[in-house]
Design a protein around this ligand. Structure first.
Ligand SMILES: Cc1cc2nc3c(=O)[nH]c(=O)nc-3n(C[C@H](O)[C@H](O)[C@H](O)COP(=O)(O)OP(=O)(O)OC[C@H]3O[C@@H](n4cnc5c(N)ncnc54)[C@H](O)[C@@H]3O)c2cc1C
Length: 466
């Protein structure tokens, strides 16, 4: 039996930050990784959000020397694919003028292979004094007098201490301590993806800094396309409740699009790896802790409810867990009631803020690119009608405007129920009792100053709390 203050299961982003924060508070800390090194699995959680640079100062030390795969996703493309499998158009976007800080002004995501990033992150924990045990699978929780008091590894070795479960989406810690038997099918997504190798100079020449993309279509759920220094990932996912066919067949539809094949040809991209991953994606997380146990990151189900950014939430909850654990140890109270402090801590951060309007935003997102048959069948042609119709010389422009309007009108039987079912609840959540203004244009115009004030103060509140 070995005694520690803190035992962290998992050396992904959540585990490494929990171990770093615990060790830097002088707590005797060990963290376990089943792989030969952190990030060995090289999962596609690969786009680092700029908030990481705000909240973790050491992120400025992430350089191509320490993380050779890094490539900034400075601009993103949204490709719109029609029912015939033709890219009917695309929109490119950069961080906009309202973005308030660096490096968010320079990139949307910093893309890294996790096989580079996770080992780099883990060194901050070991440098702070945490002990890293690699190639060690933690197989169970140790109990004394019926209470969880530590963990047991695959060799039967026992370790006593407060347990932080940072063991990812299929969390042994969550299951063994009784917090969760399994995910609900609509709380977890399944994501197949291909990794391609590409000469970095080709990516520079052909893509420039447009190295992020989402493919929207009625043929498949939204696909993501992320470029690294010497390669890219193309993948797509959906909730477990939605797979009409084998998920891989949808991904293969993307890679078989003529447009995509042309990109592969001109980039001279070569398939390198195939992965399938799970990712929790849900509304507000519950059941994040028990007596002497705290879950962080994917194990706790904290990826952003809208876009499923999960690395930053894992790191922030890792920090909140270590702070809570330190307070519990010094108070001599590791009960679930004391550890409620953990929820209060992470909910006060920018991660908690995501969940406040989370469900309404998440519904819209789910009902848009992840509902190919229901929504994308009218959404893609409607967007293309609006964008493409303007750039059309087939008729005098006034005639074209009337034709476009008639065509857009034909989508209203689908678009209006979507607005009522998905957009109105979001407006309701934002506008509250001012909703009735939307029913009267005169009242709406008369209340504009008041509304502008309300929107401005809502944002002031948000900025202040982040
Ligand atoms: C396809 C895909 C794309 C994604 N894209 C993004 C993105 O672009 N940006 C973003 O921010 N997030 C993204 N995510 C989400 C992100 O990858 C996760 O939210 C994040 O990795 C969670 O970190 P974590 O530390 O909680 O868990 P993990 O990263 O899963 O780390 C858990 C670690 O624990 C180890 N482990 C597990 N069980 C045990 C055990 N019993 N004993 C010892 N070790 C164990 C594992 O080997 C692993 O190293 C994506 C996810 C997927 C699946």
């Amino acid at each position: 039996m070995k005694d520690y203050d803190i035992i962290v299961v998992g050396a992904g982003p959540g585990g490494s930050i929990a171990a770093m924060e615990a060790a830097s508070r002088g707590l005797k800390t060990v963290f376990f990784e089943r792989g030969r090194k952190p990030g060995e699995k090289n999962s596609s959680g690969c786009g680092l959000g700029p908030r990481m640079w705000q909240d973790f100062r050491f992120m400025t030390e992430l350089t191509p020397d320490s993380c050779p795969s890094m490539r900034a996703g400075a601009a993103s493309r949204s490709y719109f694919v029609n029912k015939q499998g033709v890219v009917a158009g695309y929109v490119m976007a950069r961080p906009t003028e309202s973005v308030s800080y660096e490096p968010a002004k320079s990139f949307i995501t910093m893309n890294v292979y996790r096989s580079d990033f996770d080992p780099w992150l883990a060194t901050y924990a070991t440098n702070a004094g945490a002990e890293l045990k690699t190639s060690t699978l933690v197989t169970g929780l140790m109990r004394e007098d019926g209470r969880v008091t530590g963990v047991i590894d695959e060799h039967g070795e026992k370790y006593r201490g407060l347990v932080i479960g940072a063991d990812g989406v299929v969390s042994m810690v969550a299951r063994e301590c009784g917090l969760r038997k399994r995910w609900g099918q609509d709380h977890v997504t399944l994501i197949p993806q291909y990794d391609y190798a590409v000469d970095p100079r080709k990516i520079d020449d052909i893509m420039g800094d447009e190295t992020l993309a989402v493919w929207w279509s009625a043929l498949f759920p939204a696909a993501y396309h992320v470029f690294f220094h010497d390669g890219f990932h193309i993948g797509l996912g959906n909730w477990m409740t939605w797979w009409d066919k084998n998920p891989l067949s949808y991904l293969n539809q993307v890679v078989n699009l003529e447009y995509f094949k042309r990109l592969v040809r001109i980039l001279d991209a070569r398939p390198r790896e195939y992965h399938v991953h799970l990712l929790p994606w849900q509304g507000t997380p519950t059941d994040t802790h028990a007596d002497n146990v705290i879950l962080v990151g994917d194990a706790a189900g904290v990826p952003c409810p809208l876009e499923a950014e999960g690395i930053y939430p894992a790191m922030m909850t890792g920090r909140a867990a270590a702070e809570t654990a330190a307070e519990a140890i010094s108070a001599g109270d590791r009960s679930k009631e004391f550890l409620d402090l953990y929820d209060r801590k992470w909910q006060q951060t920018s991660v908690g803020e995501e969940f406040k309007t989370g469900p309404e935003l998440a519904h819209i997102w789910r009902a848009l690119p992840f509902s190919p048959k229901e929504t994308m069948t009218w959404f893609v042609p409607m967007i293309m009608e609006i964008l493409g119709g303007i750039l059309d010389w087939s008729q005098p422009h006034a005639v074209r405007v009337r034709q476009v309007m008639r065509q857009v009108k034909s989508y209203l039987p689908q678009a209006v129920p979507f607005l009522v079912k998905e957009v109105m609840p979001l407006l309701q959540a934002i506008l509250g009792d001012k909703m009735e203004l939307l029913t009267s244009p005169e009242k709406l115009m008369a209340s504009m100053p008041e509304l502008q004030e309300a929107v401005a103060s809502a944002f002031e509140e948000k900025e202040g709390s982040s």
